[in-house]
Design a protein around this ligand. Structure first.
Ligand code: ZN
Length: 121
């Protein structure tokens, strides 16, 4: 490029013209549009959280079909499983954006637990 002040040939990597010392305009690098090509990071814990949610939901559902009289321990256990399933399931549903499979597992887990809760009532 040439210096805009003295028209000397100036290397492009210098900040000042070697001929007259004038500051050289910096070539603006095109700004990479990182947002367009960027992969939104998936919620890292959704894999095991969704599976945990589904497992505990299934446990709840199995437990709810048990006709025998529930003692206090069984009821407390059911509520703990129900709470774990709901917690992990809802976190996954809320945070997972990319993996529909994990989200589906979490929804299935929450649905199973909810169904179990209705049956158990
Ligand atoms: Zn110059």
């Amino acid at each position: 490029m040439n210096c805009p002040y003295c028209n000397n040939q100036v290397p492009s990597n210098v900040n000042n013209c070697p001929g007259c010392g004038a500051p050289m305009p910096q070539i603006q690098q095109p700004v990479q549009n990182t947002a367009a090509g960027r992969v939104i990071p998936s919620f890292a814990h959704s894999s095991w959280m969704s599976i945990t949610s589904l497992c505990f939901g299934a446990f709840c559902l199995l437990g709810s079909f048990d006709d025998s009289e529930w003692d206090e321990d069984t009821a407390v256990g059911f509520l703990i499983f129900f709470a774990i399933c709901l917690t992990f399931g809802i976190i996954t549903i809320a945070k997972e954006r990319n993996h529909k499979v994990y989200k589906g597992l979490a929804i299935a887990g929450v649905a199973a637990a909810s169904l179990a809760f209705l049956i158990a009532l």
